[in-house]
Design a protein around this ligand. Structure first.
Ligand code: NAG
Ligand code: NAG
Ligand code: NAG
Ligand code: NAG
Ligand code: NAG
Ligand code: NAG
Ligand code: NAG
Ligand code: NAG
Ligand code: NAG
Length: 334
């Protein structure tokens, strides 16, 4: 093949082309990228105690003399030869995460997963806010502590933000920063925060793309606002272990895709509203440990799998429709 044909072939069949010519191709990775990755890696040791299902060898394959785009956990943009995806989930990395980490030179990153690593209680660097192409960021269980910097709200392309921690790490957002975050992250589809202290009240400005709203143990308090149910793409609505009060708003409609409704351990009261019993996609309903009262109404939903309503003040008969659910596996009304 001459050069033009080869290029055409590679454009049409990039995968085959890569297979056929991988040994003879020059490095895809542009020069600065492997340097940044290796410098980043050098700041850490590999935790020999990381659990067996982890991929401790992940960064061991990182070797100057090979193409960095072929390294474990690294993916590049084929045209620009820049690292766009770095997945170090459970890679055993252990050590201080420096504010000026070389990681921040990978300015084209779109997806970054640092979850299940051990950064020894480091602070989250404000420089995360400079990775402006990020669409996915996962900092779960990586033992970061302290205040989540305001700069995170510069990541206006973010679609997925996941930070699960434990209360003991004291990870929190500054006052008003949750509101700021939601005002700017208008592309968010998935917001997963667990045990991050976000703010005393629920702000009202959620991205309309949200499919997952998961705010567990985030110290929310005050009346549960109607606005959190005006999100027509929601599939997972989870606000358990907070201090939300008042009734569930009435007359909510349009939640065609809602599968999980999880409001355990709040101070919600009043009746369990009729619209909940009519959600067409609902599979998981957990309202345990609130002060709901009144009757359980007939379910129009047909896909229920899991229903837990215990530790409330409900009364009256068990609806027939609940016992007729063909997929139901767990029902607890105690
Ligand atoms: C690994 O676990 C052992 C036993 O619990 C402990 O003594 C050691 O310090 C741990 N090593 C690291 C690097 O955490
Ligand atoms: C890196 O790769 C080269 C060539 O495959 C090999 O000779 C060398 O031992 C590797 N170095 C490390 C540190 O794995
Ligand atoms: C990152 O974003 C900039 C500005 O939007 C853009 O020019 C660049 O192509 C993006 N990088 C990648 C790898 O998409
Ligand atoms: C984030 O990381 C945690 C822990 O590794 C994982 O369970 C979770 O699925 C990840 N979330 C996303 C949105 O990737
Ligand atoms: C919102 O995002 C834009 C674009 O990234 C940024 O310039 C601005 O500073 C952000 N605002 C806040 C409050 O973070
Ligand atoms: C919601 O966010 C938009 C920008 O995304 C802003 O203009 C508006 O003022 C915000 N509304 C509230 C109630 O914060
Ligand atoms: C529900 O709780 C709110 C605030 O705690 C209270 O004002 C209201 O009277 C309660 N409603 C019922 C039906 O118990
Ligand atoms: C809810 O809808 C019912 C029936 O359409 C109506 O009677 C009731 O006033 C509505 N309640 C609210 C709070 O809008
Ligand atoms: C019930 O919920 C309250 C409020 O969140 C919490 O303080 C309490 O520990 C929960 N009790 C149980 C048994 O889960």
């Amino acid at each position: 093949m001459d050069c033009v044909k080869l290029v055409l072939f590679c454009m049409l069949y990039p995968f085959l082309c890569q297979l056929a010519f991988s040994s003879s191709l020059p490095h895809l990775c542009s020069k600065d990228q492997p340097h940044a990755l290796l410098q980043f890696k050098q700041m850490f040791t590999i935790n020999p105690n990381a659990s067996d299902y982890c991929r401790r060898s992940r960064t061991l394959s990182w070797n100057k003399s090979t193409d960095c785009c072929s390294w474990n956990g690294v993916q590049c943009d084929e045209m620009m030869r820049q690292v766009i995806d770095l997945d170090l989930y459970c890679s055993g990395l252990q050590g201080k995460f420096h504010t000026n980490s070389n990681l921040f030179q990978l300015s084209n990153l779109k997806q970054l997963d640092l979850s299940y690593t051990d950064f020894f209680g480091s602070l989250i660097s404000p420089k995360f806010g400079e990775l402006s192409n990020l669409t996915h960021l996962n900092l779960s269980r990586s033992s970061f502590t302290g205040i989540i910097p305001t700069e995170i709200s510069h990541l206006s392309k973010l679609q997925v933000l996941c930070i699960w921690t434990v209360v003991a790490y004291g990870l929190r957002l500054g006052p008003y920063n949750f509101k700021l975050l939601l005002n700017n992250l208008t592309q968010l589809r998935q917001l997963d925060l667990d045990s991050v202290n976000i703010s005393p009240t629920i702000p009202l400005n959620f991205s309309s793309y949200l499919t997952t709203l998961w705010l567990t143990r985030t110290q929310l308090r005050g009346i549960l606002p109607k606005r959190v149910f005006h999100l027509s793409n929601l599939e997972d609505h989870s606000l358990p272990h907070n201090s939300l009060t008042g009734p569930i708003p009435s007359n909510i409609s349009g939640l065609q895709n809602l599968q999980y409704l999880y409001l355990t351990s709040n101070y919600l009261n009043g009746t369990i509203r009729s619209w909940i019993f009519s959600l067409p996609s609902l599979t998981y309903l957990n309202m345990r440990n609130n002060t709901f009262s009144g009757k359980i109404q007939e379910f129009k939903s047909k896909k229920l799998f899991y229903v837990i309503l215990k530790q409330n003040q409900l009364e009256g008969p068990i609806p027939k429709s609940l016992l007729d659910q063909q997929y139901l596996q767990t029902l607890i009304l105690s």
